[in-house]
Write a protein that binds this ligand. Structure first.
Ligand code: SF4
Length: 719
């Protein structure tokens, strides 16, 4: 164990960065100065490293924009009336009255909950329970639906389990070939790169497939400049070459998998020249990639959102799993398939019940045995539990329609920036009879709510998070929240009390966590043996861990897969064009993503003074050839238009992007909202929107000195 869990280093408290799924270990001192100082620890994911977001995170604890009191509309029935400060009793009474009025008039399902992948396991669990036991509504989903749902679905289909990395992050250093598809950890989680760097220093070949030559791609030996939406064809083409070259691990396929013959037949038509036409990746690069992966003694394939946030995202992740299985990688030391989780608790947040179809422990809500187990832990009749609801996008889309949601409570999510097709989302939120938002700042979504609740931040709360490796770790309270601020567990308990269901809900994190352990026992994501004490003593514990004396499971699939027959499943998948292709009106491809100095909807990081000094201006990345054709120069203001909306960015000319593709970051609302442009078409399996590709038109608006800013202030409601 490193220094992370060591007690009392000068009165400091070990905890973790609030942002991404790497969950870097940090140490903080509760004593002055304010804001507190943060120092990285020797935690296994970061080993003393920290990115700019982690260093700056304490700046937000004392930020002047911090919400310190509940807010309610001056006129309770007019959402255009100003928000004014209110007591907690008044705010909670308004929420309770709105829930009761909606359920009395339209039934229990008329109230919806929307959660977030940044919530602790305790809060994600309690939100799921509050929906089913407190409100008796099927309508709960969360922003992880926009993030991890495609790879999660693919993992469940192939392996019978969904854990982002089925091995510790440090294993990446042992892989002698690594293919990263649609991921840019050098920008999004820089401390993780030490493991990639160690592998390359030991002779590993790294390959990155991405429409942009990102920082990760520039550090790799091979860059595959794949067209947005063509990752599946790329995978099938690689498998085609591997089969023809005799690289398939026949013994592995025979002994550990099923379904290979159908996949072999399917990829027979993915000839390299055809794949080159679809993907834009040359036959020579395809051949080099296969040879690197197939001849290395150890190899990994890692996918991320670039490959997954498509209307065929599940099938795309599946295609890379097929390739990994054919090469005999999953379950072997230093080898395997994994997906790089995004949000801080993107893994735990999808395991314990805030998904529409799910109960704690990654149980299915439509499984009678699962319902009986969880209902017994909750002390309710299984028949009382509602059935599965609909996905996040569908819940928003059906607001106000028969059977749809009329009142909604949002926790830790900024839907007006993070959901696709922003104008449609704004229209649907406006159709709600009532909207309540819990957040630390007045986000774009909070700005249109009827009631806003100020909530505690990461360093002010206790709980657990589950990182990208499936390692459960402790979030520790370093400071109390400011006066007037409450945490979401207290809010849910208070609301349950007002609704006559208070006996089922505790506000104490450890009590909630111990109940979560019991509810997860025997499930896929089994936390039964993972106590707060063990997490602290062992630098986290990997699930599944079914008993106190179980060591946890850092590496999955070493003996068998989590399917009924213990074998991984090949699944035949075919390339389909993106739902929207360029045409005369919208002649280019648009793709979206993250940049180093911002995080998710930017509600937090846009307010950070130190991050704003380097990442305050949303830029559209455009190839110089395309810019020349359109008369666009560096730093010009450009207008991007799609079938759904328009947005304005500053042009950033770079040869590191395909000439047919424009990239914009999605961390801003207002005029620079990437999601005013994106396509809400859903993946048929995971219900993931097609964030990563749509057709776009571009035109120059003004020169570098163009009037006005290209971005709206964080508080601006969507325009
Ligand atoms: Fe935080 Fe992720 Fe940066 Fe680590 S890599 S400091 S967890 S944002």
């Amino acid at each position: 164990m490193g220094d992370h869990g060591s007690p009392d280093l000068g009165g400091s408290v070990p905890t973790h960065c609030p942002y991404c799924s790497l969950q870097c270990g940090v140490r903080m001192w509760p004593a002055p100065p304010r804001p507190p100082v943060v120092e990285p620890t020797d935690f296994p994911t970061n080993r003393g490293g920290l990115c700019a977001k982690g260093w700056s995170a304490p700046e937000l604890l004392d930020h002047p924009d911090r919400l310190l009191t509940p807010l309610v509309r001056t006129d309770p029935v007019d959402r255009r009336s100003p928000l004014r400060p209110a007591s907690w009793d008044e705010a909670l009474d308004r929420i309770t009255a709105a829930i009761q009025a909606s359920q009395h008039r339209y039934g229990p399902a008329s109230v919806g909950l929307f959660g977030g992948g940044g919530l602790t396991n305790e809060k994600a669990y309690q939100l799921g329970k509050f929906a089913r036991v407190g409100l008796r509504t099927p309508h709960i989903d969360y922003n992880g639906r926009f993030c991890m749902s495609s790879s999660a679905t693919a993992g469940n289909r192939a392996f019978g389990i969904d854990r982002g990395l089925p091995f510790p992050l440090a294993d990446i250093a042992d892989a002698r070939a690594v293919l990263v598809v649609g991921g840019n950890p050098a920008d999004t989680m820089p401390p993780a790169m030490q493991y990639f760097d160690a592998g390359r220093a030991a002779g590993a070949v790294h390959i990155v497939a991405d429409p942009r030559r990102t920082a990760t791609a520039r550090g790799a030996g091979i860059h595959l400049p794949v067209a947005p939406g063509a990752d599946l064809a790329l995978a099938n083409g690689l498998l085609h070459i591997a089969i023809r070259a005799g690289y398939v691990d026949q013994a592995y396929v025979r002994e550990r998998t099923t379904g290979f013959d159908a996949v072999r037949t399917a990829v027979a038509g993915y000839w390299p020249d055809r794949v080159e036409r679809i993907t834009g990746v040359s036959e020579e690069l395809l051949q080099r990639t296969v040879q690197a992966l197939a001849t290395a003694p150890t190899a990994m394939i890692l996918t991320a959102r670039g490959a997954e946030q498509h209307s065929s995202g599940t099938d795309t992740a599946q295609a890379y799993i097929n390739l990994a299985l054919a090469l005999g990688l999953p379950g072997r030391p230093g080898s395997g398939y994994g997906t790089i989780t995004g949000q801080g608790n993107g893994q735990g947040g999808r395991e314990h019940g805030q998904k529409a179809d799910q109960l704690p422990g990654y149980r299915r809500l439509d499984d009678p045995a699962a319902r009986a187990h969880v209902a017994a832990v909750w002390g309710v009749d299984p028949a009382e539990l509602p059935g599965p609801g609909v996905s996040a996008t569908e819940m928003i889309d059906r607001i106000g329609s028969p059977g749809g949601v009329r009142a909604m409570l949002v926790f830790a999510s900024n839907i007006l920036v993070s959901a696709p097709d922003r104008d449609r989302v704004a229209d649907r939120l406006a159709a709600l009879d009532f909207l309540a938002v819990s957040d630390i700042f007045r986000s774009e979504t909070a700005a249109v709510a009827d009631v806003v609740l100020p909530t505690a931040q990461w360093a002010e709360e206790e709980g657990t998070m589950t990182n990208l490796e499936g390692r459960v770790l402790r979030r520790r309270r370093v400071l109390p929240p400011p006066d007037g601020v409450r945490d979401d567990l207290s809010v849910l308990a208070a609301l349950a009390d007002r609704l006559g269901r208070g006996r089922y809900f505790s506000a104490d994190p450890q009590t909630v966590y111990d109940e979560l352990r019991r509810a997860s026992a025997g499930g896929i994501a089994d936390y039964a043996g993972i106590s707060y004490q063990r997490i602290e003593a062992e630098d986290g514990v990997f699930w599944p861990c079914p008993a106190d004396d179980h060591p946890g499971t850092p590496r999955l699939f070493t003996e068998r897969f989590a399917t009924p027959d213990g074998r991984a499943r090949f699944i035949r998948v075919e390339h389909r064009d993106p739902a929207e292709l360029p045409d005369r009106s919208y002649p280019y491809l648009l793709t979206t993503g993250r940049i180093m100095g911002q995080y998710q909807s930017g509600n937090q990081t846009r307010r950070s003074p130190s991050l704003s000094s380097t990442a305050s201006d949303p830029k559209a990345e455009i190839h110089p050839d395309l810019a020349r054709r359109l008369g666009i120069g560096t730093a010009d203001l450009v207008e991007l238009t799609t079938r759904r909306g328009r947005a304005v960015f500053r042009a950033y000319l770079t040869e590191h992007i395909r000439p047919d593709t424009i990239f914009v970051p999605f961390h801003w609302g207002g005029l620079a909202s990437a999601n005013a442009l994106t396509d809400p078409t859903l993946d048929r399996h995971s219900r993931m929107p097609a964030f990563k590709v749509c057709a776009v038109a571009v035109r120059r608006l003004a020169g570098p000195a163009g009037a006005g800013r290209s971005s709206a202030a964080p508080d601006d409601p969507a325009t």
